[in-house]
Design a protein around this ligand. Structure first.
Ligand SMILES: [Ca+2]
Ligand SMILES: [Ca+2]
Ligand SMILES: [Ca+2]
Length: 274
């Protein structure tokens, strides 16, 4: 009995956590076109629910890094829109050509697995120099997946830097990124990303995705201190964990609804409101 409980109970808890305890987000449809300039000053962005990224390593979903990251998501008939705002006292990046390994430096990242099968997903990264790394994957690297960086969708992307990129002598405020991914670009002969999902999605459709950030505090003469953040934490510093992606439900209109972080969802389960 003891040995049975010893492995069965943790397994059941792990299965339950994987099946249920992931954040969800209602992604509202914007009726006004967005100006992709790296700024979220459009009314649609102001009404979209903010997501606070958490430390990717802790499944509790309630550990935050000192350099905070906020994200918002919107959609319309042509585009899937993402906005990140990253607090950062020392902004730096060096890569200026598409598909260089931006993840070695400072970057925000979007992973999209529309049908949630854990395979055939898209990865889009952008750094403070407005350089893009975009890739399709057949499945996670840990499962022998193949990556196709020949996928170069016609993104609209812009960043705003409140400070200077690459100057360690001054103190920066942070940087923001605004990205519009055309739905049509998810169709590729390289990898079947949409699967059975409709493009553009229909109101009520649910997709799986995650949002990440690498923030690297530079240390002279020693290894950088890395702060890795996620919308849905995965329990380790590995972003290729599609079974942990959060759930995005497409809404039909723009409205202000309080977002629910994963930590808040857990708290609500423990103490249901009357
Ligand atoms: Ca804008
Ligand atoms: Ca930094
Ligand atoms: Ca690419």
């Amino acid at each position: 009995m003891g040995s049975l409980c010893g492995w069965l109970l943790p397994l059941m808890l792990a299965l339950a956590a994987g099946a249920q305890e992931r954040p969800s987000y209602t992604c509202w449809k914007t009726s006004q076109p967005l100006v992709i300039d790296g700024k979220a000053d459009e009314p649609a962005w102001q009404d979209a629910s903010p997501i606070d990224l958490v430390d990717v390593r802790y499944l509790s979903g309630d550990r935050y890094h000192t350099r905070r990251t906020e994200a918002r998501i919107l959609w319309d008939a042509r585009y899937f829109y993402f906005y990140f705002a990253a607090a950062d006292p020392d902004i730096w990046s060096t890569y200026e050509q598409r598909d260089l390994p931006l993840y070695e430096e400072e970057v925000v990242e979007i992973f999209i697995d529309p049908d949630g099968d854990g395979q055939n997903y898209a990865e889009v990264e952008i750094n403070p120099l407005n350089t893009v790394f975009d890739l399709l994957l057949s499945k996670p690297w840990s499962q022998g997946g193949k990556g196709y960086d020949a996928w170069n969708p016609a993104l609209l992307n812009a960043v705003q830097v409140n400070g200077t990129v690459g100057d360690a002598a001054d103190v920066d405020q942070g940087w923001s990124a605004e990205i519009a991914l055309p739905w049509a670009e998810l169709v590729s002969p390289l990898v079947d990303v949409p699967g059975s999902q409709l493009l553009p999605p229909q109101p009520g459709d649910e997709w799986h995705l995650n949002l990440y950030r690498y923030e690297q505090a530079r240390r002279s003469g020693s290894k950088n201190e890395v702060q890795a953040s996620a919308w849905s934490p995965v329990g380790k510093v590995d972003f290729h964990v599609p079974e942990r992606f959060g759930r995005v439900i497409f809404g039909s209109r723009l409205t202000a609804v309080a977002p629910q972080s994963w930590g808040q969802a857990k708290a609500a389960e423990k103490s249901p409101q009357p």
